[in-house]
Design a protein around this ligand. Structure first.
Ligand SMILES: [Zn+2]
Length: 406
C-alpha cells in the first residue's frame, strides 16, 4: 500500500481535502468547480455519485478502496457533468426507462472523456466514444442518438448526470438541504468558463475550450438581467403607490414589466448601496452604477441616493450622475450597515440596489417596506465563492467579461 492510498473504511475529511487539492493541481482552471462540490458519505449506495445540487455522495466502502488520485479523478469527472449541465440536458432528451437512462449516462460520459487525458486516474469505469462505436468530438445528445448502447457494467454518476433524483438524496437547498442553488451553480460555471479562457489554451482539452467559448458567448448579458429586475422592482413599488391614489387601468396593471410610460408617474425613491471594500473591482462597480442610474432616469424617477459602504458607511451622497460618485476603498464589508443607513434616508427608498462582491454578512430579515436587489460583482479572486445573498432579495450576477454591449 502506498502513502496515497486510503487506509480506513471511513472517508476522512483529510482524504477528501487531499483529493480536491490533487484535482485542482491537475486542472487549475476547474478549481472553482472542484471546491464548490460538497462531499458526503452515503453508506450503502455502492458507488460515488453527484446530485443536481453539487453534492457528491460517496459510499465509503467504495471510495476507501481508491487512491487519493482516483478519488480526485472522480471529483473532476463528476464536476464536469455538472459544469456541462447534463441533468438539464437529459430532461430535454426525455428518456423514460432505466435502459435509456444508462445509455444517456454513457453518452454523457463519452462527451466528458473524449478529450480528457487517458491517464486520468478514476475509481469507476471511463466510457470513451469508441466504446459506443462513435468518433470523438461530439455532444452527449449525438452519442445518445447514434451510439450503440453497451452491455455490461454500468456506473451511475448520479442525478447530476441524468436528472433523476434518487430516493436517498437529502432535500435540495431550497428545502433546507446543503448544496448550491441554481444561481450559485451558474456563478461557478461562469467562473470556470472565465478561468478556462484565461488559461493557456494549449493546456486545456478541446472539448472544455469549446464549452467555455460557447458559454461566454451565449450568456445573457447582466445589463439585460439587471434592467429586468430593476424594472420589476420599480413596477411593483410604483404599482402599489399608484393604487393607493388612483385606480390604475386594467391594462396598465396587467403590463407588469412596463413602467407606467406616460401615466402620472408616482415617484419611486431608489438608493444604491456600493460595497467599497478592497476586493471590489472599481471599474465594474462604476459600470453597474451607470447602468442603474441611466435606467432609473429613463423611467422618470429623481436621482439615485448612493451610499458608499464597507464595514462602516463612509459617505452618503445623492447624485444625478454616476460620475459624481466618490468611492472610498476600505477593508471588511458589512452591507447590513449600508442597508440600515439607506432606511434612514429621506425620502425613504422603496427600492435599494446593493452592489457588492458578496463577501458580507446580511441582515436576517428583509428591511420592511423595501425591495432589495443585489448586483453581485465578479471578483478577480478565483479561489473563493461568496456565500449566497439571502433569499429575501433578488440577485443578478455582474461580470466584466459577459454582457458587454455589442
Ligand atoms: Zn459520469
Amino acid at each position: 500500500m502506498t502513502d496515497s492510498e486510503i487506509e480506513s473504511d471511513v472517508l476522512s475529511v483529510h482524504t477528501v481535502a487531499a483529493a480536491r487539492l490533487w484535482a485542482a493541481n491537475q486542472f487549475p482552471y476547474l478549481a472553482s468547480a472542484i471546491f464548490a462540490l460538497s462531499v458526503e458519505e452515503a453508506p450503502g449506495i455502492e458507488s460515488v455519485q453527484v446530485d443536481q445540487w453539487w453534492r457528491v455522495h460517496a459510499d465509503p466502502v467504495v471510495a476507501t478502496t481508491w487512491s487519493v488520485e482516483q478519488l480526485g479523478g472522480e471529483l473532476i469527472h463528476l464536476g464536469t457533468h455538472l459544469l456541462r449541465d447534463h441533468a438539464s440536458r437529459a430532461q430535454a432528451v426525455g428518456f423514460t426507462d432505466p435502459a435509456e437512462l444508462h445509455h444517456w449516462v454513457e453518452a454523457a460520459d463519452a462527451e466528458l472523456n473524449d478529450d480528457l487525458p487517458a491517464e486520468l486516474p478514476r475509481g469507476q469505469i471511463a466510457i470513451k466514444p469508441a466504446d459506443l462505436g462513435c468518433p470523438n468530438g461530439r455532444l452527449a445528445e449525438e452519442y445518445y442518438q447514434s451510439g450503440q448502447p453497451r452491455d455490461g457494467s454500468f456506473s451511475d454518476c448520479g442525478s447530476g448526470a441524468h436528472g433523476q433524483t434518487a430516493p436517498w438524496e437529502p432535500p435540495p437547498p431550497r428545502d433546507g438541504g446543503t448544496g448550491l442553488e441554481k444561481d450559485q451553480q451558474e456563478l461557478v460555471r461562469q467562473r470556470v468558463a472565465a478561468d478556462i479562457q484565461a488559461h493557456d489554451a494549449a493546456d486545456v482539452p478541446e472539448g472544455l475550450l469549446r464549452w467555455a467559448e460557447n458559454r461566454r458567448r451565449s450568456s445573457v448579458g447582466w445589463r439585460t438581467l439587471l434592467a429586468a429586475e430593476l424594472r420589476r422592482s420599480l413596477a411593483s413599488v410604483a404599482g402599489a403607490v399608484d393604487y393607493s391614489y388612483a385606480r390604475p387601468s386594467r391594462r396598465a396593471s396587467a403590463a407588469g414589466n412596463v413602467i407606467l410610460p406616460s401615466l402620472r408617474k408616482p415617484e419611486v425613491s431608489v438608493a444604491v448601496v456600493c460595497d467599497t471594500s478592497a476586493s471590489v473591482d472599481e471599474n465594474l462597480l462604476g459600470t453597474a452604477l451607470s447602468e442603474i442610474e441611466a435606467l432609473v432616469r429613463s423611467v422618470g424617477t429623481r436621482g439615485v441616493q448612493v451610499i458608499a459602504c464597507d464595514d462602516a458607511v463612509h459617505a452618503v451622497t445623492t447624485v444625478r450622475r454616476a460620475d459624481d460618485v466618490t468611492l472610498f476603498g476600505g477593508g471588511g464589508t458589512d452591507m447590513g450597515v449600508g442597508l440600515a443607513v439607506a432606511a434612514e434616508q429621506r425620502p425613504v427608498p422603496q427600492v435599494v440596489v446593493v452592489l457588492t462582491d458578496g463577501f458580507t454578512p446580511w441582515p436576517d430579515k428583509q428591511p420592511s417596506n423595501v425591495t432589495v436587489l443585489v448586483g453581485l460583482l465578479e471578483t478577480a479572486d478565483e479561489s473563493s465563492i461568496p456565500p449566497p445573498p439571502p433569499s429575501w432579495c433578488r440577485t443578478v450576477h455582474i461580470s466584466a467579461g459577459a454582457g458587454s454591449p455589442p
